[in-house]
Design a protein around this ligand. Structure first.
Ligand SMILES: [Zn+2]
Length: 477
């Protein structure tokens, strides 16, 4: 009997030992991509795929929609159920919850939280942060900054210089000269040069610069006024895309020790704040194109690459289907929108800047040309109620443009009602629902492929994502 127990124990020990061996000998990913679609809920993803299938009919699948591992992550902040990009970015970068507006600090700002990007850098990996918005915006900043307020753009940019990662790319800085501080300070460019940072707006110079400098900050040559890459819907073939930048980042960071790359599709969120479905769909496609560059890399290095695609939160309470259309959808109507809501706002604003001011009929013609509304041939005729609403918003904007305060707050985007009404009418007719112009508390999708993907199972919280990445890619402490 004793012998039998001994034999069984031996067998058990042996098989356990084999399992441990199997686990520890399993390769760890050394090329890690974390894609964050800012504001990208499951409905934004699904509706974009439906748009590709039923409107564009181009046989295109979003590059991540069939990843083998898919789950959801909760997104709440330490002090509010509906989160913001700073708190959610910090959760995704550090594995800790923090308060609204906080970057890389705990909820009451008494402790510093460190991001996985820093840990990768310390472990010999190269690190890159990429975004379609400014590089000091909340999501990329969550991977290097330690600031109580996400609005402290100059100090956030100074933290970027302290982080010393290898490659940063996006639309530039919001406040490189520290204008927000009201006292003169040294510019980020001047400070950066002392820390072996190179700043460039040319993708082709990056190879030679990376031989001479420790860190490269690439900004696109013609950013929008908010230092972001143009919406896909507003781009022409000469404009650089997030996919172009991701491709360049892979070439720049690729090395035998590995890399960690965070890539943000930052304007999915902006389009959803504007309740602008056509622009949001364009941004999800542009984001998917960037993920495709990582998938191409994964196909060459399948045993060493891990790709995670997720979001920081959902924006807009977006839905395919609304009260007006019940069970039918008219997504094809969105194809008639030629420019983003932001661009429409700029056109309306510039119209009202001139004298004589544009008439209501002229503004209706603008809406018809750019958004399609009012064009009966496109099935976008206006009802009496639509015209009433447009007239009301035209009058409100006309009044604003003639107001005494026009120099200070002349038609800020949230105050200019005509462009908002045009986009709302199109979205309503297309059967798109929006419940908010802010974020929602919806969990976000998580898509994973590659080495270690199977560890992302079950219901996750956003703080689990960096913890799992760290556990299964970095060396044991
Ligand atoms: Zn947002």
């Amino acid at each position: 009997m004793k012998k039998l127990v001994f034999a069984i124990t031996l067998v058990l020990l042996f098989s356990y030992g084999c399992q441990v061996d199997k686990g520890s000998s399993e390769k760890k990913a050394k090329y890690i991509f974390l894609f964050i679609g800012d504001g990208m809920g499951i409905q934004q993803v699904n509706t974009t795929q439906v748009y590709l299938d039923s409107v564009l009919k181009n046989n295109q699948k979003l590059s991540f929609i069939d990843f083998p591992v898919q789950t959801f992550a909760t997104t709440y902040a330490a002090n509010r159920y509906i989160t913001c990009s700073a708190a959610a970015g910090t959760a995704l970068s550090t594995g800790s919850k923090t308060s609204i507006g906080t970057l890389g600090l705990n909820y009451n700002h008494t402790d510093t939280l460190f991001s996985i990007a820093k840990k990768f850098k310390e472990n010999g990996f190269k690190v890159g942060l990429l975004t379609t918005v400014s590089i000091d915006h909340a999501t990329p900043a969550a991977f290097y900054a330690h600031q109580g307020s996400r609005g402290s753009s100059y100090n956030i940019a100074k933290d970027l210089l302290k982080s010393g990662y290898d490659f940063y790319a996006g639309g530039g800085f919001l406040d490189p000269y520290g204008k927000e501080l009201k006292h003169s300070v040294e510019s980020i460019y001047s400070l950066g040069q002392k820390k072996s940072f190179a700043f460039t707006t040319s993708l082709t110079t990056i190879d030679s610069l990376s031989k001479k400098f420790n860190s490269i900050v690439y900004s696109i040559p013609n950013p929008t006024t908010e230092s972001s890459i143009k919406y896909k819907i507003d781009q022409d073939s000469t404009d650089l895309t997030l996919a172009d930048i991701t491709k360049k980042a892979i070439e720049t960071l690729d090395n035998p020790k590995g890399f960690f790359m965070m890539v943000e599709g930052g304007k999915i969120d902006w389009a959803c704040h504007s309740n602008d479905a056509a622009s949001a769909i364009g941004e999800v496609i542009a984001f998917s194109d960037a993920v495709k560059k990582a998938v191409d890399f994964y196909e060459v290095h399948p045993d060493e690459t891990l790709i995670i695609v997720t979001a920081d939160h959902e924006t807009g309470g977006f839905s395919l289907g609304n009260k007006e259309n019940k069970y039918s959808n008219n997504l094809s109507l969105l194809k008639n929108q030629k420019i983003s809501k932001d661009q429409l706002f700029e056109l309306v604003k510039s119209g009202f800047t001139h004298n004589p001011k544009p008439t209501f009929l002229e503004m209706l013609d603008l809406a018809k040309a750019k958004i399609g509304i009012g064009n009966k041939d496109l099935n976008l005729g206006l009802t009496d109620k639509d015209i009433e609403k447009l007239k009301e918003s035209y009058n409100a904007s006309l009044k604003l443009s003639m107001g005494s305060v026009q120099k200070e707050s002349y038609m800020s985007e949230s105050k200019e009602k005509f462009s908002i009404t045009c986009i709302n009418i199109l979205n309503r007719k297309a059967a798109i629902g929006w419940t908010s112009t802010s974020h929602t508390g919806s969990p976000v999708p998580v898509y994973v492929i590659g080495q270690g993907a199977t560890f992302f199972t079950g219901r996750l919280d956003n703080t689990d994502i960096p913890k799992i990445i760290e556990k299964f890619t970095l060396k044991e402490p």
